[in-house]
Write a protein of this length. Structure first.
Length: 199
């Protein structure tokens, strides 16, 4: 009887060994930070239109990125992802707050470029003597003459190549037909003929 009890003990130990922990069930579940509230009303497209009308246009992709939590787990926009409709719903208050942040950021970046006016003048940069607004008639005429000169140089090169090609073809034709008409070759052909044919 002792032998029958020991196999059953081994069986129960293997049954416990092969059980799967319940944590694996939660693996594919998308965590929801908050449930949908009554003020989650704006879609991503409507939010993008608000950004555009405020003068700080942002793409829908940027707004979607702001709805998702960053590496610290904080989303820039207060939003809710509806899994059935597969889209985000955003609160108008958070959209307005982010629009104001973007306007302030644009003002700060604009002020940074204006601060360059107070710096010292750069002396090592050489500017061209031509006017900034456009070229004068004289410079336009010079540019036109330079283009014409380049065109004539190019056409002369093409003509020279064509002449060289014709010379090479002519030399090949003469080499092909000249030996048959050359006086030395005529003498050789007469010597090789039978004696009765010379008369």
């Amino acid at each position: 009887m002792e032998k029958s009890e020991s196999p059953s003990e081994v069986q129960t130990a293997t049954e416990e060994f092969r059980t799967v922990p319940n944590d694996a069930v939660e693996f594919r579940k998308v965590p929801q930070a908050a449930e949908r509230k009554e003020n989650h009303t704006m879609t991503v497209r409507e939010s993008a239109r608000l950004f555009e009308s405020a003068g700080v246009a942002r793409t829908e992709r940027s707004i979607i990125n702001w709805c998702q939590p960053n590496r610290h787990g904080i989303a820039r926009l207060d939003s809710y992802f509806d899994p059935n409709e597969r889209k985000y719903y955003i609160t108008p208050q958070s959209v307005e707050a982010v629009i104001q942040e973007e306007i302030q950021r644009a003002k700060k970046s604009g002020e940074a470029t204006n601060s360059e006016v107070f710096g010292s003048a750069v002396t090592h940069v050489k500017h061209s003597p031509s006017p900034i607004n456009g070229t004068t008639a004289e410079t336009r005429r010079i540019e036109q003459l330079e283009r014409e000169l380049n065109d004539s140089k190019l056409s002369n090169q093409v003509k020279d190549l064509f002449i060289e090609l014709l010379k090479n073809e002519r030399a090949q034709v003469f080499e092909k037909f000249l030996p048959a008409n050359h006086p030395a070759s005529l003498l050789d052909s007469k010597e090789n003929q039978p004696e009765g044919a010379n008369k």
